[in-house]
Design a protein around this ligand. Structure first.
Ligand code: ADE
Ligand code: ZN
Length: 335
């Protein structure tokens, strides 16, 4: 019996920062490697887990792209997605906005139609079977050139009705948001909502650039804003959502330990913070595990958790009626 965890599970929550390729569990990775005869430097799932010992973002990304290489046919993408959506059902995540990395697959010769149809079929099944609400965020890999992002935007056209938003992920340092200013302008014109990773490893100026040049509505991570008081003031005033991922931040050494994580200061300062799991099996836990770690190591209270759930619904891209209904359940008076 865990009162805090049961309480958090019972709160209707949105998860807004989750890479679907980053939900690949070691056991599934090994099964798919065998299915497709992909050569990996691991013999067992335990070897995979042992390798998940990162010193920075790049050391994680190297293994994340290696892992994604076992995703090949439509069924693989279906299985990956349905497992995560089942997890949402079990953790009280009533709505999720999932990032995917098309270039990781198209670069290996896997067509958009393969992954989009696997993802779409799973999202429809989850919607029909238990009412799961979900959206997709298509991310550009920032270590690749602008031209490749434009090609990806073009290749996505036939699947546009399945994609709500555009995002930016992968190696942050050395790849500032301004590199993608033109492709973001084009995506915005096509009606995509805009988000971007910024201020995970990159400096606070990347957050400013993401807001001013990419015109994003939400910042993924954003934790390094705390180094710039003026920026914090701006983020508080505009209530820009920050999709913070505590276990990820600690595993990627953005902060030494969970006790050093600034999330409670961020909440106290009035920042619009949400809690998310990023790449759960790589970082040691799904959404409830993140809440549990914050409770255990930082003294996150039930009232903090309720505020975080409210922030997640408010910061999501779901329709207004659903948002109002979830906020009502969280005892937020409708204005
Ligand atoms: N791709 C998957 N997880 C990521 C993260 N935390 N930062 C940047 N790119 C990512
Ligand atoms: Zn991320």
């Amino acid at each position: 019996m865990n009162g805090f965890l049961d309480y958090v599970r019972s709160l209707p929550k949105a998860e807004l920062h989750l890479h679907i390729e980053g939900t690949l569990e070691p056991a599934m990775l090994m099964n798919l490697a065998e299915k497709h005869q992909v050569n990996l430097p691991y013999l067992t799932a335990a070897d995979v887990e042992r390798a998940y010992n990162f010193e920075d973002l790049q050391s994680f990304l190297d293994l994340y792209y290696l892992g994604a290489s076992v995703l090949i046919d439509e069924d693989d993408f279906y299985s990956l997605m349905i497992r995560y959506l089942e997890r949402c059902r079990d953790e009280g995540i009533v709505h999720t906005e999932m990032m995917f990395d098309p270039q990781t697959h198209t670069e290996r010769g896997i067509d958009f139609s393969v992954f989009m149809s696997g993802f779409g079929r799973a999202m429809e099944d989850a919607k029909r079977q238990w009412g799961q609400s979900s959206l997709l965020i298509m991310c550009f890999l920032r270590h690749l050139p602008e031209e490749s992002a434009f090609e990806t935007l073009k290749a996505a056209e036939p699947f546009k009705s399945q994609i709500s938003s555009v995002g930016l992920d992968s190696s942050e340092l050395g790849h500032p948001p301004e590199k993608f200013e033109r492709v973001y302008a084009a995506a915005g014109q096509q009606g995509y909502r805009l988000v971007a990773h910024a201020g995970e490893e990159g400096p606070p100026t990347y957050i400013v650039e993401a807001l001013d040049r990419l015109k994003v509505e939400r910042i993924d991570h954003g934790v390094r804003c705390m180094e710039d008081a003026e920026l914090v003031g701006r983020l508080v005033k505009a209530q820009i959502p920050l999709t913070v991922c505590p276990l990820s931040n600690v595993r990627l050494c953005v902060f030494g330990t969970m006790a050093d994580h600034p999330i409670r200061h961020m909440l106290k300062r009035g920042l619009n913070v949400t809690v998310n799991s990023d790449d759960p099996p790589y970082f040691g836990g799904y959404l409830l595990d993140n809440f549990q770690a914050l409770h255990r190591e930082l003294g996150l209270t039930m009232e903090d958790a309720r505020q975080l759930a409210i922030n997640s619904i408010r910061s999501s891209f779901i329709d207004e009626a659903s948002s109002a209904a979830w906020l009502d359940q969280l005892s937020v008076p409708t204005p």
